[in-house]
Design a protein around this ligand. Structure first.
Ligand code: AMP
Length: 117
């Protein structure tokens, strides 16, 4: 499944450049273009699913693989020991900007409270 208008589908297809850090047959991890922490990586399934709910319900094995790759990214960046945060925005109130499910992996500094304000 690919959405021709989706920016992350274009990254998967290498039509838009990205800084890839990890890849499996079905999952891709690349650095966020506007990093909020020393480690800020996005982990996505290569198939297009709009959000976590769609991914988890349609393909739970793929959802699990996304989490595994997130943990591998934390290992690669050396933040497993110091701690890291995984975050997935779903919908308007969460501020989801890109409608291709993605898990943010943050680390490399104290990350502060879970929510601001
Ligand atoms: P969200 O608000 O959870 O939808 O997060 C979308 C994230 O995608 C933001 O942190 C953006 O900085 C990031 N982003 C948007 N375009 C790109 C891109 N071309 N390469 C890497 N990250 C991107």
């Amino acid at each position: 499944m690919t959405d021709p208008d989706c920016i992350f589908c274009k990254i998967v297809a290498d039509q838009i450049p990205s800084q890839r850090v990890r890849e499996t047959e079905r999952v891709l991890a690349f650095r966020d273009i506007n990093p909020k922490a020393p480690t800020h990586v996005l982990v996505i399934p290569k198939d297009h699913h709009a959000d976590v709910a769609a991914l988890a319900r349609r393909d739970p094995n793929l959802a699990a693989e996304v989490l595994t790759v997130a943990a591998d990214v934390a290992d690669d960046d050396g933040v497993t020991e110091t701690g890291w945060r995984m975050l997935a925005n779903s919908g308007r109130n969460a501020g989801q900007e890109v409608d291709h499910v993605h898990v943010h992996v943050f680390g490399g500094k104290p990350l502060g409270p879970m929510l601001s304000g």
